[in-house]
Design a protein around this ligand. Structure first.
Ligand SMILES: CC(C)(COP(=O)(O)OP(=O)(O)OC[C@H]1O[C@@H](n2cnc3c(N)ncnc32)[C@H](O)[C@@H]1OP(=O)(O)O)[C@@H](O)C(=O)NCCC(=O)NCCS
Length: 148
């Protein structure tokens, strides 16, 4: 396994990985809470603030993806996912450990993210790293924070 910064070279592989996700998971990933075709676009839109990372297996298949923003003290995570058939094998944890190390390496003091209220998988996953619920952003979305 290796972690690489996402480039458009991986676009088709990322699209395939997103396509494996259940409709519910795609909704959970979308920032608007509506399943749209633009998830790929919104996840991979490059800006100076976001760093997009992929976890690849030995045959260069994408086994996890996330993006992270240096927002000062607390870094922000968005778009975290593992293809449906590869979930619960520790790949998400591998990428999260990398992101924690990445943030600490840049002197960040912790991580924040938003998760849809009904996303019990996501909430259970983040809790294993010590993320705590902070606030209800709106009726559907929780904020979560992990302070180092
Ligand atoms: C959330 C997600 C990224 C977890 O990735 P993963 O690779 O399956 O997670 P891991 O295998 O590393 O799991 C680590 C721990 O998290 C918890 N966890 C993960 N999936 C879980 C589930 N479905 N139910 C309950 N707990 C779960 C468990 O404690 C697990 O440890 P265990 O397997 O030893 O019990 C993955 O389920 C996913 O991509 N979901 C769809 C997209 C999504 O909702 N992303 C979050 C958007 S905010």
């Amino acid at each position: 396994m290796k972690i690489k910064e996402y480039t458009t070279y991986y676009k088709n592989r990322l699209r395939k990985a997103i396509d494996t996700l259940s409709k519910e998971s795609r909704i959970n990933l979308s920032t608007t809470g509506v399943e749209t075709d633009s998830i790929l676009f919104s996840l991979t839109t490059f800006s100076t603030h976001w760093s997009n990372f992929i976890l690849l297996d030995n045959s260069n298949k994408i086994i996890a993806f996330s993006r992270i923003k240096d927002s000062g003290k607390l870094f922000e995570i968005q778009g975290f996912f593992v293809p449906q058939d590869l979930q619960r094998k520790g790949y998400g944890s591998h990428l999260m450990c990398f992101l924690i190390g990445y943030t600490k390496g840049k002197k960040g003091k912790g991580l924040t993210l938003e998760v849809r209220k009904g996303n019990s998988k996501g909430i259970a996953f983040y809790k294993t790293f010590g993320f705590k619920r902070t606030r209800l952003k709106d009726l559907e979305v929780y904020g979560m924070v992990l302070r180092f």
